[in-house]
Design a protein around this ligand. Structure first.
Ligand SMILES: Nc1ncnc2c1ncn2[C@@H]1O[C@H](COP(=O)(O)OP(=O)(O)OP(=O)(O)O)[C@@H](O)[C@H]1O
Length: 926
């Protein structure tokens, strides 16, 4: 066939014939593009056309062997065999250059003798990233004019290059080199180590022809291998794609990466970092199983605590292309992240980082460690990029699953919390429940919730667990009512945002913290504040101590939800407390109304008797004027006068003519009550404040609120109570017996006594300060014996009243009866007159009251008593004598019509207490 080509007509015809023949050999290489085929053909033809016939035959023979080679190693073996048969060589070196990672692949063929003496071929293959070789090899290739070189000369010229030394060591003194090239791309170099005698007879054209064939074949195999690699890669990615879809958890993914990726990538281990909740920082999230075994970072659940930010990630965030870093170079930088330190300790040299992103949102990074440098080929980078996309989906799924799970857990905890606090309406119970819940959910030991009042800019501790605070309950209760000033800086800080805020406790806010929190606040615990919105207006601040702020931050969502729940609970409690307070108020009013009703009933009866004040005498006219003067003011009035002179009547007249007339005038008879009950009678008492206090009771002060309090027989008031009364008058507030707080009252005081208070003061039985307090506007009522001119009109007045009451037709008073009355001394004054007339009406017949049944054993009136006798007796002695006389007159009978109390015109209870106080015994009556 060659001969036919050789003898075929023109050069062009010969060229076409050769081309057809070569084409036939290349036809099996289907994957070659037409253009590439042309390039190869041109190359081969030019080499072949310059060869002689013998050489052409060799080359054609070689081409069929070359075409049969399936991989580069088979090919090199075939080429070596051919070269060894045509050239007198000691050995052969084929250097293949990989443009992908700029490395050299060495294939050295040498003959060696076996121990049995046979000659065998030894093949030595190695990879080198020795970049020093590049200029040497380039020079070697560029200088190919005569193709043959002296090894020793190269050893001398490049003493640092071991390659030449190793050749020299093998005894390879000469070599011929030719570059393997296709379409301008250098694939490598073919180096023949020639015996010295063969150098001169080197068949250069043959060598060029072989190198051309080798180049084409290598290029072809390389392309086929690349196609295969891509196909494999596609299959692998598809398989990974299917498998990774079923990965659900971090452990599974860690195993998956180890099993499927590691070998494929040729890496030592990998790590995945994901973005933290803060949205800014990234933390180690997942290590493959090998990395876990090597590092202490086996538990990465607390993501935020393994932050790995820095320039490396910042660079990787900017691009979707994997970035390569030299760990030793990173170690030289100012900021050296922990992962660089750890992996350098693990002898890692190269770090490859690729971002994990959903669209433009970078949510993580994949960090891959290699123990070598310069081993990442472009193909591998592409593979990593493809794998990272798959990993992206898987990590995003895992994160989403984790998020869903944690949301569900959070929801569960929140539900538990809300069902724990939902039914709580009581302040103290909520405090206790919160203590337990806070401890369980966040590890919070002590907390306090302050309510903030916008108007006063003050806050008040509202809630904390008193049982733990170590203070007495009363102290705590007081605390809870104390307005405090929250340091402005802290309050601003907390109320500005609705997230947990860390704040410094200074001295001024130490007092805000209850019990043990004060001590703890000075320790290392972190002070955290959280703002709670109560309704649309209110603000509360939750403060607590916690050893780790980051941990609290991680649970921010839960904490916020809990604060919303708390807001509702606090609103409920506040509303509930308000309702309770209102109920108490209503209860109080109810009590007051009940008491008022009872009182009013009594009053109606009393008022019937007090409808009119009769008196024409000058002294009475003066009294009326005084009543008119003082009534319209709120001044305290002191009414003085003997028993029955109308003191109460005057008191009522003052009240009825005052602006308070529509409210009650409440009367307290200070003499009628046992000393131990007067306080409770005046000021009221709380339930259980003393034996017998089975219910809370309002005092007369409260009952008379906005009205008038008439303190009758004020001279009888025990000294110890006088102090309390004075305080109540001065402060205008009272304190119930057994009560905690004070109650404001607005009461006008009218006091009355038949005693000489000035004398009582002098003798120490009445407090002078109280006396002066009462004696602001004294009205002194004259005894009836001193204004006898009023007797007829009074008698007529009472005759009319009682005749009407009893249905008698008595209208006039007999002159004899009147005379008797005028001469009578009236120790019981108008009350006695009134009662005598009532009795006389009952005993009389006919339209005229002829007889007045004056006491037969008439006690002598004061008017008949000498001045000397008066001076010798005290008021008490006088009173004692008088009561004794009346008692004797009534034969010891106190109550009932005609009884001593009736005659003396005092209620039987008043008389009894007087008898007791004055020490009157039964034997005194004999
Ligand atoms: N000027 C008066 N006109 C009509 N009735 C009078 C007059 N003064 C007193 N009375 C009647 O005399 C009775 C006793 O009056 P009152 O209770 O006001 O006296 P008192 O000074 O308060 O007595 P005591 O010191 O014993 O409490 C009452 O029934 C009252 O209506």
């Amino acid at each position: 066939m060659l001969n036919s080509i050789k003898h075929a007509g023109t050069e062009e015809v010969r060229y076409r014939a050769l081309s057809d023949m070569l084409n036939e050999h290349l036809i099996s290489m289907e994957s070659l593009s037409e253009k590439f085929k042309d390039a190869i053909l041109t190359h081969l033809l030019s080499a072949t056309l310059h060869a002689n016939d013998d050489e052409k035959a060799i080359l054609l023979n070689l081409s069929s062997e070359v075409a049969a080679s399936r991989n580069s190693e088979d090919l090199l073996e075939a080429v070596h065999a051919k070269l060894a048969s045509f050239f007198d060589i000691e050995g052969l070196t084929i250097i293949l250059h990989s443009a992908e990672n700029d490395s050299y692949q060495f294939h050295e063929y040498e003959k060696e003798r076996t121990p049995a003496g046979d000659i065998q071929l030894k093949v030595n293959r190695r990879h080198e990233h020795n970049l020093q070789l590049r200029p040497v090899i380039n020079e070697m290739a560029d200088a190919l004019t005569d193709l043959s070189f002296d090894t020793a000369e190269f050893v001398e010229r490049y003493p640092e290059v071991d390659l030449f030394k190793s050749w020299e060591a093998k005894g390879w003194q000469n070599f011929a080199a030719v570059t393997l090239k296709v379409s301008g791309e250098t694939l490598g170099h073919l180096i023949l180590h020639m015996f010295p005698h063969a150098v001169a007879s080197l068949r250069i054209n043959l060598l060029r022809g072989i190198s051309a064939q080798l180049s084409v074949a290598l290029s072809n195999i390389k392309m086929v291998e690349e196609t295969m690699r891509r196909r494999n890669e596609m299959e692998l990615l598809l398989a990974i794609n299917i498998d990774i879809a079923s990965v659900r958890g971090t452990d599974e993914l860690a195993r998956f990466i180890k099993d499927k990726f590691k070998q494929l990538l040729g890496c030592s281990h990998t790590m995945i970092a994901v973005r933290n909740n803060d949205g800014l920082t990234y933390s180690a999230f997942l290590l493959d199983e090998d990395a876990r075994a090597k590092t202490h970072l086996s538990n990465l659940s607390a993501r935020d605590s393994n932050k790995i930010n820095g320039p490396v990630l910042n660079q990787a965030r900017q691009t979707s292309i994997p970035l390569l870093f030299d760990l030793d170079e990173l170690a030289l930088q100012e900021y050296q992240p922990l992962y660089v330190k750890i992996n350098r300790q693990l002898q890692q040299k190269t770090l490859l980082v690729i971002r994990l992103a959903k669209g433009e949102e970078v949510f993580g990074f994949w960090l891959i460690y290699f123990k070598d440098r310069d081993i990442i080929t472009t193909g591998k980078l592409q593979l990593i990029q493809s794998l990272s996309l798959q990993l992206c989906i898987s990590v995003a799924n895992i994160l989403a699953n984790q998020e869903i799970k944690s949301r569900e857990e959070e929801k569960g905890r929140l539900l538990k919390f809300s069902s724990a606090i939902a039914p709580v309406r009581d302040h103290k119970l909520l405090a206790k429940i919160l203590k337990v819940q806070f401890q369980e959910l966040f590890g919070i030991e002590d907390y306090v919730i302050h309510l903030f009042d916008r108007e006063s800019q003050k806050c008040m501790p509202f809630l904390y667990d008193a049982s733990q605070a170590g203070a007495e309950p009363d102290e705590l209760a007081d605390n809870l009512n104390t307005l405090m000033t929250f340091p402005e800086s802290i309050l601003d800080l907390i109320t500005e945002i609705d997230s947990p805020v860390l704040y410094e406790v200074n001295d001024s806010c130490l007092t805000l913290l209850p019990g043990p929190m004060t001590a703890d606040a000075q320790s290392d615990n972190t002070r955290i504040g959280m703002f709670i919105q109560i309704g649309s207006e209110g603000i509360a601040v939750l403060s607590f101590l916690h050893p780790d702020f980051r941990q609290v931050k991680q649970q921010e969502v839960l904490l916020k939800s809990i604060c919303s729940q708390l807001s509702i609970a606090i609103s409920n409690i506040l509303a509930n407390e308000k309702v309770n307070q209102q109920l108490i108020e209503i209860d109080r009013y109810k009590h007051q109304l009940e008491e008022e009703t009872i009182y009013l009933k009594e009053e109606i009866e009393v008022n019937q008797n007090y409808a009119e004040i009769i008196g024409e005498s000058q002294v009475m006219q003066k009294t009326f004027r005084m009543v008119t003067q003082v009534a319209s003011s709120d001044s305290t009035v002191l009414i003085l006068g003997e028993t029955g002179t109308g003191k109460e009547l005057i008191a009522r007249a003052i009240h009825n003519n005052s602006p308070r007339k529509n409210k009650l005038m409440v009367k307290v008879n200070c003499a009628a009550l046992p000393a131990n009950l007067i306080e409770s009678e005046l000021f009221g008492h709380e339930k259980g404040s003393f034996t017998g206090a089975t219910e809370r009771r309002l005092g007369k002060f409260e009952l008379a609120n906005n009205g008038t309090l008439f303190l009758d027989e004020i001279g009888e008031m025990p000294l110890e109570l006088q102090v309390k009364l004075l305080r109540a008058l001065q402060e205008k507030e009272i304190e119930r017996v057994g009560g905690r707080g004070t109650i404001k009252v607005d009461v006008r005081i009218i006091a009355a006594t038949n005693r000489d208070l000035e004398k009582e003061v002098d003798e120490g039985r009445f407090r002078s300060d109280l006396y002066y307090r009462l004696n602001i506007f004294p009205i002194e009522l004259s005894a009836l014996r001193d204004r006898k001119e009023d007797i007829p009109i009074l008698a007529t007045h009472f005759i009319h009243r009682y005749a009407k009451k009893t249905g008698r037709q008595i209208t006039t008073l007999g002159s004899k009866a009147l005379q008797e009355m005028v001469h009578y001394s009236w120790p019981g004054n108008i009350r006695e007159l009134e009662h005598l007339i009532e009795r006389s009406i009952l005993l009389s017949t006919g339209p005229m009251l002829k007889n007045i049944h004056l006491p037969t054993n008439k006690p002598k009136g004061t008017a008949a008593t000498s001045a000397g006798e008066i001076a010798l007796k005290t008021i008490d002695e006088n009173e004692c004598d008088h009561i004794l006389k009346i008692l004797k007159y009534c034969q010891g009978r106190i109550s009932g019509p005609g009884g001593a109390a009736d005659i003396l015109g005092v209620p039987p209870s008043t008389l009894n207490s007087k008898i007791k106080r004055l020490g009157i015994k039964k034997e005194h009556l004999i």
